[in-house]
Design a protein around this ligand. Structure first.
Ligand code: NAD
Length: 316
């Protein structure tokens, strides 16, 4: 498994990262013993980057990941988050961030995380992120509870604005580099390269849109977007290619991203995704799928606080 350095941190993380939101049953029910098999298979194959949040399954994913990593903690780069604790529950105050850090460490059965990320910053005021949340996270870093700190969210413009104001070690953006949308190319990659900020590309399957099963009911994308995913799956299938395999091959080929984080819950899924990234992308299939996806529909959606609306505009 190829390892890439996360910005200017000392973390060398696997090009394929393990997203554990499925451990929180957010994409449907999963079994703890399957989660264990997935983690063991991933570690055996050299995947060392694991991402979680107290939000996923309202602490269930952290609990399960902590249990599955017992005995293997030292082999992995463990990332969790703070600030988001429910669908509508956000609290980026210093007090809550510090309290929740202790709870996350308990659930994860460790005394430090490698990366602590402010989760979905578009749901906080810009000032609070800059003046309260990130300074509190730096204090946790100074106490040895987090080795590095970063930010995550959907509006790439806001991620960039925050990182322009306050130094962060990493930026995680999701659903912004995949077969349907490649916004980070223009909006984050050159900026992050200049500042040597580690970039993490999450949700290369567009949170289920680029899978045979399709998106879950809660997916925020429009019906046009989900239709594009279905057209993509059909076009790939005509060549005998699974759309998720093609989507993963496409995303992981982006070398300026340190890790592509895909959500997985079973050993079979891990094995399938490992096979996919070992296979070279078929350019004929890719071209057909891209034609089938087409354009002329919105590939993004609106999210976050209204007061941040002017911060999320595109830069170019
Ligand atoms: P994803 O695009 O990785 O899709 C995950 C879904 O695809 C799950 O249902 C999974 O079971 C399924 N899947 C995985 N491999 C498959 C395969 N080979 N064939 C068919 N289906 C397959 O979306 P995601 O899980 O939301 O994103 C990946 C990870 O990134 C998350 O688990 C999380 O750790 C992180 N993330 C973070 C944020 C944030 O911080 N704001 C947002 C989104 C994702």
């Amino acid at each position: 498994m190829q390892r890439r350095r996360l910005g200017k941190t000392a973390l060398e993380i696997s090009a394929l990262g393990f997203g554990t939101s499925p451990f929180g049953n957010v994409f449907g029910h999963t079994e703890p013993h399957d989660n264990q098999g997935a983690v063991d298979t991933a570690i055996d194959a050299g995947i060392n980057f694991f991402d979680v949040s107290p939000y996923y399954g309202l602490t269930l994913a952290e609990e399960r990941l902590g249990r599955t990593l017992e005995g293997n903690r030292a082999k992995v780069v463990l990332a969790t988050k703070c600030g988001r604790y429910g669908v509508e529950e956000f609290d980026f105050s210093a007090k809550r961030i510090k309290r929740e850090m202790e709870a996350s460490l308990r659930r994860l059965r460790t005394d430090y995380v490698d990366l602590l990320q402010a989760h979905d910053i578009e749901f906080a005021s810009f000032d609070q992120i800059i003046h309260e949340a990130l300074p509190a996270m730096r204090e946790l870093q100074a106490e040895g509870k987090a080795r590095y700190i970063g930010i995550t969210g959907y509006p790439v413009g806001m991620l960039r604005r925050v990182a322009e104001h306050v130094e962060v070690d990493s930026i995680l953006s999701y659903c912004r580099y995949n077969l349907i949308n490649t916004d980070i190319d223009a909006e984050l990659v050159p900026f992050a390269e200049t500042r040597q900020i580690g970039l993490i590309n999450a949700s290369p399957l567009m949170m289920g849109v680029l899978t045979d099963c399709g998106a879950p009911a809660w997916h925020p994308g429009s019906e046009d977007l989900k239709d594009a995913g279905r057209r993509a799956a059909t076009a790939a299938e005509r060549h005998g290619v699974n759309i998720s395999a093609l989507a993963l091959q496409f995303a992981i080929a982006r070398p300026t991203v340190a890790s592509t984080l895909v959500g997985m819950a079973t050993a079979d899924q891990v094995k399938e995704n490992l096979r996919s990234i070992e296979t070279k992308i078929n350019s004929t299939v890719l071209a057909d799928v891209q034609t089938a996806i087409g354009n002329g529909f919105a590939t993004t959606w609106t999210t976050g606080l209204q007061e941040n609306a002017d911060l999320v505009e595109k830069f170019y």
